[in-house]
Structures are given as structure tokens and as C-alpha cells.
Design a protein around this ligand. Structure first.
Ligand code: HEM
Length: 403
């Protein structure tokens, strides 16, 4: 709401001929002392976009070069692959600069994260898919951006592309030459830059947005989404009592730190520890979650996509599981239907299932096969997308939502 009033004041200011009138922005008080950069400064990430990438992609779009770039990108998948031939020279020069790990990346920790992801894969698929994926629909800016951008009308392929990112990040060799994640990140960063150029041209998005100065996907917005992914999943694993060594927790964070860097987030915003991440999350994510018409529609579509696959559970069970991992508050916002018998089963059965899987209880719980089929089915949904047969490459959009 603060941003709406900022925009209102800007409009009023323009009408009155008061160039440069700005409303006070919401104060950002998270000190970068807790960041990778470790500098004790306070900079507002909602006013930082991606200066390295945005002008380049704007020019590619304006010159009609993006379709050819997308075609050239089809064969560019592995981190160790040479850059494709025939790209515009400025894009090649850009990729030569950014398509690499930051100097502070630690390969030992990244490899440890890869092994941890493999051990955690069942929980990760479940939490990224049903938890983070649905949480994204109660992050108002993200929901509106996704809804009104090109992919908003074709959520199945959009979800598949997002799976590609999650799958590539979680692969054991994600950051190695055989892995895909560095390249996938570069394509995602370019995609976000395209959205920054395109969405402000959408009258339908402009009518609903509260984005400051009409430019979406700031560093602040990306941090919010990171907390709905990494910080949320880490917190859930802890609260479920999953065994994690301190080194594994650190590795899981480190993988996300590098991922944020590759998406163009500045080092002075990237939390250096889980404590700093939790503090930042409480500050940036928790207070802004809210329902929007776009988010309610997207959640229904996303949950519907998951229901297309037979997970051995009812639709009511699946919706209740989403409520269970996200909270009833979010479930109510998204108008997820209630199924109280399934909820009782989940409340009792899921902790028992986790305890058994983690070797904390020798007793095979009632409902074991139900929960096992459910998590395995969800994992297969991700894995099928991650195999080359159905691999859905990330492409840079050239327009906004058509339908
Ligand atoms: C596209 C990941 C943050 C809005 C994508 C894609 C990926 C991705 C993998 C390409 C797949 C596709 O085209 O759908 C991420 C990650 C983020 C993040 C990992 C943070 C950690 C955000 C934020 C917003 C956003 C904060 C908006 C506030 C979009 C939009 C698209 C997109 C609108 C383009 C969809 C289209 O082509 O129509 N993102 N994203 N993303 N992302 Fe993000």
C-alpha cells in the first residue's frame, strides 16, 4: 500500500508540474552487516534492479533479436558448454562476464549441498512444490507479475520451466561443468530483465501493480522469493526434526547464496547466515503476504496441475496438505476447500511418517504407504520434468499475457 500512495503522489506531483516529487519509501532497516559483503550499510533493495542486464535485454527486445537468441540457447544447457555461436556480440560479452561463479563461491560447500539435496530430495520436492510454489501466490507482486506476463496464460509450461530451475539447482553436480544450474540461472536472469522491460508496457498489469516506479523484480523482490524457497524449506526441515549436520545446513544456505548472486542480487543484500536470513525473512516476506485475485487463480491452477497426476490421494487431501505446510491463514486466503478427515490423518500421520523415515521411530506408522506414495508421486512429477525427454527449456519472453 505504501507504494500505491507513492505512485499516487508521483501522479499528483506530475499533474501539478512538480517534477521529482517522491513519497517517503518504506524504510529499509536490514543492515548489510549480516550479508556476504559484511558492510554495515543500509541500502534499499527495492530500489535496486539489474543495471548489468536490463539495458542489454531491453535493446535485444527492441531490436527483435530475442527469438534468435532463444533458438541459439536451445543447445546451450551444460555449465561446461561453450557459449553458442551467432549471439549478438554484446550478449556474448555479457555472458562471458556473468556466466561464472562468484569469487566467494566455495566448491566444497556446493558439492556438499549437492549430496544433501540428494538425501533430502523427497522433502525438497514436496516443500518446493506444495509449499514454496503455492506461497508464491500470496506474494502479491510475484503473483501479479507471473499472472500478467507472457507465461501467465500457460501455467503448465511455466511451472515446468520453474521445475527445471529447481531440478537443476538440486542436482548433485549443479555447479560443476556437467551440471546445468549456472546456465539456467543466466537464462533466468535474462528472463527477469525482459519482464522488467515488458510488464510496464502491459495496461492490465499497470492497473493492478503497486511496484515502485513501475519496474518489477527488484533485488528486494528476489530476496522475498528466496525466503519463500530456501529460508522456508530450511525452517520446515528443522521443525520436522530432519537430521541435518551444521555443515549441511551451511551448505544448503551457500547454494542459495550463489543462486542469488547468479540472479543478479548484490552481495550486500545476501544473508551470510541462517540467523541473518531468518531475520531478513521476518522483515521482508512475512508482513507482505496477502491474497490477490491473480494469486487465488494461480494457486487453483497450480494445485490443479498437481492433481492431474495420480498421487494416490484425494484432491481434498492434497489441498489440506498445502494448508498443513503453509498455514490455514494462507489456505483461507486462497480459498482452499476443507477436508477435515484428511487433515486429522495428516496431523497425526505425517510426523509419524517423518520419524520413521528418519530412523527416529522403529514403528511403521499407519498411513505409511499413503504418505510414501504421495511424496514419491510428487518427486516423480519433478524428476520427469528434469529428464532430457521432457526437458522444458527456459526462454526469454517477447511479450506479455495474451489471453
Ligand atoms: C521467470 C525463477 C524471483 C517473476 C522465471 C523463471 C525462473 C524463475 C526459473 C523462468 C521460467 C519461466 O519463464 O517461467 C525465479 C527465482 C526467483 C525469482 C529462483 C528468486 C529466488 C522472481 C520475482 C518475481 C518473478 C521476485 C516477481 C516479483 C517472474 C516472471 C517470470 C519469471 C514474471 C517470467 C514468466 C514469463 O515468461 O511469462 N523466474 N524467479 N521472479 N519470474 Fe522469476
Amino acid at each position: 500500500m505504501q507504494n500505491l500512495s507513492r505512485r499516487g503522489i508521483l501522479t499528483l506531483g506530475a499533474a501539478l508540474g512538480l517534477a521529482g516529487v517522491t513519497a517517503p519509501s518504506p524504510a529499509w532497516a536490514w543492515s548489510s552487516a549480516g550479508s556476504i559483503a559484511g558492510t554495515d550499510t543500509v541500502t534499499d533493495p527495492w530500489k535496486v534492479w539489474d543495471d548489468t542486464t536490463d539495458p542489454l535485454v531491453a535493446s535485444l527486445l527492441t531490436n527483435g533479436q530475442v527469438p534468435a537468441v532463444n533458438t541459439a540457447f536451445e543447445s546451450w544447457i551444460g555449465n561446461g558448454d561453450a557459449l553458442p555461436a551467432g549471439l549478438p556480440a554484446e550478449l556474448t560479452a555479457y555472458l562471458q562476464r556473468v556466466n561464472r561463479l562468484p569469487s566467494w563461491a566455495d566448491r566444497t560447500r556446493l558439492n556438499r549441498a549437492g549430496r544433501f539435496n540428494r538425501r533430502m530430495s523427497m522433502y525438497l520436492f514436496l516443500l518446493y512444490g506444495l509449499g514454496s510454489g503455492i506461497m508464491s501466490t500470496v506474494i502479491p507482486r510475484e503473483a501479479r507479475n507471473v499472472y500478467w506476463s507472457e507465461g501467465g496464460a500457460v501455467m503448465k509450461s511455466r511451472a515446468a520451466k520453474t521445475f527445471t530451475y529447481g531440478y537443476d539447482l538440486s542436482a548433485p553436480d549443479a555447479f560443476q561443468p556437467t551440471g546445468h544450474f549456472v546456465v539456467t540461472s543466466a537464462k533466468t536472469r535474462l528472463t527477469h530483465a525482459a519482464v522488467r522491460h515488458l510488464l510496464p508496457q502491459s495496461p492490465r498489469w499497470r492497473a493492478v501493480t503497486d511496484d515502485q516506479d513501475f519496474i518489477p523484480i527488484s533485488n528486494g523482490d528476489i530476496l522475498v522469493t528466496f525466503h519463500s524457497l530456501g529460508t522456508y524449506v530450511h525452517g520446515k526441515l528443522k521443525s520436522w526434526g530432519i537430521r541435518m549436520s551444521a555443515a549441511e545446513e551451511d551448505a544448503y544456505l551457500h547454494q542459495w547464496q550463489v543462486a542469488l548472486h547468479l540472479l543478479g542480487v548484490r552481495d550486500d543484500f545476501i544473508p551470510a547466515s541462517w540467523a541473518a536470513a531468518r531475520q531478513q525473512s521476518a522483515y521482508v516476506l512475512t508482513p507482505i503476504m496477502a491474497p490477490t485475485p491473480e494469486g487465488i487463480d494461480l494457486a487453483d491452477i497450480l494445485l490443479g496441475l498437481t492433481s492431474e497426476v495420480d498421487l494416490g490421494v484425494t484432491r481434498g487431501f492434497q489441498r489440506e496438505f498445502a494448508r498443513y505446510v503453509l498455514s490455514d491463514r494462507i489456505g483461507d486466503w486462497l480459498k482452499l476447500p476443507r477436508d477435515y478427515p484428511s487433515r486429522t490423518l495428516i496431523e497425526v500421520g505425517w510426523p509419524a511418517y517423518v520419524a520413521f523415515r528418519e530412523g527416529l521411530s522403529p514403528i511403521i506408522p499407519t498411513g505409511f504407504s499413503l504418505f510414501d506414495g504421495f511424496v514419491r508421486g510428487l518427486a516423480m512429477l519433478f524428476l520427469n520434468n528434469g529428464t532430457s525427454a521432457t526437458y522444458t527449456p527456459i526462454t526469454i519472453p517477447t511479450g506479455n499475457r495474451a489471453g
